[in-house]
Write a protein that binds this ligand. Structure first.
Ligand SMILES: [Zn+2]
Length: 304
């Protein structure tokens, strides 16, 4: 199989279409030049940066700047410019919600620039080794030292910065085995990482022990923290509120129930897909990133 070096990942050329779906679109500098990084105000001193890849959270204030996730290495200059525009300072801390390259691809650049990287211990473990995403035939080589989290946690940790008390909460085996959600308890803001895709079926990395059961439990953790005024930064999609997350959670629950019945009846993966267990959900959720058939295959994979 032919591989090319792309975004710090060896990517087989034959998965170009998959890569398009996975927001790893386009292959040249022209593409990166055309990406706009925009800044969405979320709360006092809190912003969401949208470029390509996962949404970035930014907090600015008296203690400096910290960010949540960093998209792709090729976008670091644009992201840094957007951070400077709202804060004037580069990040002291960088929190990773999980290891995927569309969220942690800029780690090496920000690490070398002096940011202290913080993540769940499984994020560090995944970055240390070669990782694969079989569905997209993606391979991530072991990450360089500067890209690694230097502070890791197991279940929870807190950061006290910029007048807020932040809780980093691990949710197990959801999108990956190392997901963290980040709750700004005073600003009433939550960054969910890829436990929440706002408005469309999510990818679940079953090769990293992700599962729909974990996604359901993880979104419930966020729902329990949130109230109607909470602003929620999803891993992908526009800024959200609790009702948006509740709808996503309900979609997960419905999918899991419908697929579980077929799996428990002894159907093969292809038979489960042919039975179209998400037919009633596809019009609302299946037009963005993953179609219903692909979504069901992921869900079954995560049930094994
Ligand atoms: Zn992800």
């Amino acid at each position: 199989m032919k591989y090319i070096q792309y975004k710090n990942q060896r990517v087989s050329k034959c998965v170009f279409m998959w890569s398009m779906l996975f927001s790893l679109a386009a292959w040249g500098n022209d593409h990166w030049d055309s990406v706009n990084v925009t800044s969405v105000p979320v709360a006092d001193g809190v912003y969401m940066l949208m470029g390509e890849g996962g949404n970035i959270g930014v907090s600015v204030g008296e203690d400096g700047t910290f960010i949540i996730d960093d998209q792709y290495a090729e976008l670091t200059d644009k992201i840094s410019a957007a951070i400077t525009a709202v804060s004037g300072t580069q990040p002291r801390f960088l929190l990773n919600t999980h290891w995927h390259g569309d969220h942690a691809g800029g780690n090496e650049n920000f690490g070398k620039a002096g940011a202290v990287i913080v993540a769940h211990e499984n994020v560090r473990a995944s970055l240390l080794v070669e990782k694969h995403i079989p569905m997209f035939k993606l391979t991530k080589p072991p990450s360089p030292k500067a890209a690694l989290p230097v502070v890791t946690f197991k279940d929870q940790m807190s950061l006290h910065l910029n007048g807020d008390d932040l809780r980093l909460i691990h949710v197990a085996d959801a999108h990956t085995d190392g997901d963290a959600i980040i709750y700004f308890s005073k600003a009433n803001v939550i960054h969910t990482g890829d436990v929440f895709f706002n408005g469309f079926y999510p990818f679940i990395d079953t090769g990293s022990d992700g599962s729909i059961a974990g996604m359901i439990a993880g979104t419930q953790v966020v729902l329990d923290l949130a109230n109607d005024d909470t602003r929620i930064m999803p891993g992908h999609g526009p800024l959200a509120n609790k009702a948006d997350l509740q709808a996503f959670h309900d979609m997960l629950v419905q999918t899991e129930a419908n697929v579980r019945k077929l799996v428990d009846a002894g159907k093969t993966v292809d038979e489960v897909i042919a039975a179209k267990p998400t037919a009633a959900l596809d019009a609302r959720w299946g037009n963005g990133f993953l179609k219903g058939d692909v979504w069901v295959r992921i869900v079954v994979d995560g049930m094994k």
